[in-house]
Ligand binder design. Structure first.
Ligand SMILES: [Zn+2]
Length: 296
């Protein structure tokens, strides 16, 4: 889902509709970008609009991740063109971070080039049930952990439990000490809307498992906090934030305030500066009210 896109869109629309659009601020991001991660020879971030994917160039081909082509096939062809600008190596794999369409739809052009698609087992189950439009079904599934070795590079796919979905994979590059984690670790940003498809308490456990892994920098699935990479401190901060919000809502639920009064009354001033605070706080409270006021 596109928190960051929501943030970018109004600026684009306003600039596009305004007669002064030629004077739009220089800070407006270009529609897409490809960035090599500092200090690596082979790890790239492809951003299109408000979504991001990691790709890794090895001595024996490319490992790509999320196609990010939902209702915009040009994002996928652009992604492939950008990879081809970096390397003549074939694209061997496409790994899905989780099954949500905004991250994984549109992969057909990768399939046509011969890429093998990998996802968590439950991602494939969801996709099969929903007969998702424009989503390439995974060829191969992961349960707990899988290691993909291609040429000189190893990428680990690690399931850390249910969080923002029940099939999120953390992708870890052990040598580079980089992870790619999508949607369940927003950086200095509130969780999306009313946290649809979520397991709030298991989510906390999954953040602790991420903290226990060996890594230094995190590539997120959306450009948060100015587009920077995440750190373990960011994961700690998100965990603390979720625990504090959860405790506040539990108190309100125990006083019979869920949903409406809690959604109106609870504020977390400490997090006012985080992205999407005004937009999503009441939705987040709604989700925790369902948990603590209803048990689900
Ligand atoms: Zn998602």
């Amino acid at each position: 889902m596109s928190r960051a896109l929501l943030a970018i869109l109004p600026a684009v629309l306003i600039a596009g509709m305004s007669p002064a659009s030629s004077q739009a601020p220089a800070t407006q991001p270009p529609p897409f970008s490809t960035t090599k991660v500092d200090g690596t020879d082979n790890v790239y971030i492809f951003r299109y609009g408000g979504h991001q994917a990691m790709f890794v160039v090895t001595s024996r081909g490319v490992i790509a991740t999320d196609p990010i082509g939902y209702q915009r096939p040009q994002a996928v062809t652009t992604y492939i063109d950008e990879i081809k600008k970096v390397t003549p190596q074939p694209i061997r794999y496409v790994i899905y971070s989780h099954h949500h369409y905004d991250h994984i739809a549109g992969g057909r052009p990768f399939k046509d080039l011969g890429a093998r698609f990998v996802a968590h087992r439950r991602a494939r189950e969801h996709l099969a049930l929903m007969k998702a439009p424009d989503v390439v079904m995974p060829d191969e599934v992961v349960d707990g952990k899988k290691r993909i070795t291609l040429g000189d590079t190893t990428l680990e796919l690690i399931y850390v439990g249910r969080n923002h979905s029940d099939n999120s994979l953390v992708m870890r590059l052990p040598k580079e000490r980089i992870i790619f984690a999508v949607d369940f670790i927003p950086i200095q940003t509130l969780n999306f809307r009313n946290m649809p498809d979520s397991w709030p308490l298991e989510w906390e456990q999954s953040l602790k498992r991420v903290l226990a892994l060996d890594w230094e920098r995190m590539i997120p699935g959306h450009p948060y906090a100015g587009g920077r990479l995440g750190t373990k401190q960011d994961v700690q901060n998100l965990l603390a934030h979720m625990q504090e919000l959860s405790a506040e809502v539990k108190k309100a639920a125990d006083q019979g305030k869920c949903w409406d009064a809690a959604m109106r009354e609870i504020k977390l001033p400490k997090y006012e500066s985080w992205g999407s605070y005004a937009q999503f706080l009441s939705g987040n409270i709604e989700r925790y009210c369902t948990l603590w006021g209803r048990g689900s």
